[in-house]
Design a protein around this ligand. Structure first.
Ligand code: PXL
Length: 278
């Protein structure tokens, strides 16, 4: 069985980061090794959340895993709590990257043009450096703009604006840069990416559902990682992730008992698994 490493926090309630990555990547039939960077009572959109910093545990976990000879087909990182954690994550890349290890960085730190609670512009620049070490990066529009020190163009930014942004992002160094949460010109909602080796743009959109939700970036990145580990091409894995995330949003939109802090990713796992069967 393939093994993927995911480095993110545990938000005990919030359906994001590891509480999403672990079930989704496991459902894809991939062993999911986790490096919890912090334990929070909820994600940071709730007031008064607790935060137990686990930075001091990260390097001992890395060293123990190294001593045991564990190998990973991908390393997927999401929300990181501090610049120190970003530096330690780079050392995980240096320690475990082999020729066929895909490094996927979702610089989860902002939305709606605003950094999440606790982050500043310097942190965003450091996250940009981490993105430079990745094979694939998956920022939303806000994260892309903040890492580049550019003005936030808004959620309704047109395709040409996003293409210009993704081209600048690719100069950070990742092979594939993908901006998520984009409103495409044909009325769909999806992603625009750039392959710096082929020098090609690519895009894909799904039904636009009039609901703003939290944690969808994490659902998308996790589903992408699981599909990629199942040997789908990058583009096909991105499309599977987009279709699954769209279904999760729609399911939540139609649910009278929905929570307002996350999407019903659990209820669409059978769909996700069905998409992974070849
Ligand atoms: O989904 C991103 C995320 C992950 N982890 C924590 C968060 C958020 C978004 O707000 O607060 C702790």
């Amino acid at each position: 069985m393939k093994k993927v490493m995911s480095i993110q926090d545990i938000s005990c309630i919030g359906k994001c980061s590891l509480t999403v990555a672990l079930p989704i990547i496991s459902a894809a039939g991939i062993e999911t090794a986790i490096v919890p960077t912090a334990v929070l009572s909820t994600h940071t959109h709730f007031k008064g959340f607790t935060f137990r910093d686990l930075t001091d545990d990260m390097e001992p976990i890395r060293d123990h895993w190294k001593s045991q000879g564990f190998k990973f087909s991908a390393i997927y990182t999401g929300y990181l709590g501090s610049e120190r954690q970003i530096n330690i994550v780079q050392s995980f890349f240096d320690t475990f990257k082999e020729e066929d290890t895909m490094i996927i960085v979702d610089p989860a730190m902002a939305d709606g043009g605003e950094l999440y609670c606790g982050f500043d512009e310097h942190f965003a620049k450091e996250m940009g450096k981490l993105c430079g070490k990745a094979d694939i990066i998956l920022p939303n529009i806000s994260e892309a703009a903040l890492m580049l020190g550019e003005e936030y163009p808004g959620e309704e930014a047109d395709e040409e604006t996003i293409k210009a942004l993704v081209l600048k992002l690719s100069a950070l160094g990742a092979k594939l840069s993908v901006i998520t949460g984009v409103n495409l010109s044909d009325g769909t909602f999806g992603f625009i990416g750039y392959d710096s080796e082929k020098k090609e743009f690519f895009k894909y959109g799904t039904e636009r559902i009039p609901m703003k939700s939290h944690g969808t970036g994490d659902v998308f990145a996790s589903a992408f990682t699981g599909a990629l580990a199942n040997e789908f091409s990058v583009y096909d894995a991105l499309c599977i992730a987009a279709d699954y995330t769209s279904r999760c949003i729609k399911n939540t939109y139609n649910d009278p008992d929905k929570v307002d802090y996350a999407v019903n990713f659990e209820l669409e796992l059978p769909y996700y698994i069905s998409r992974l069967k070849k």
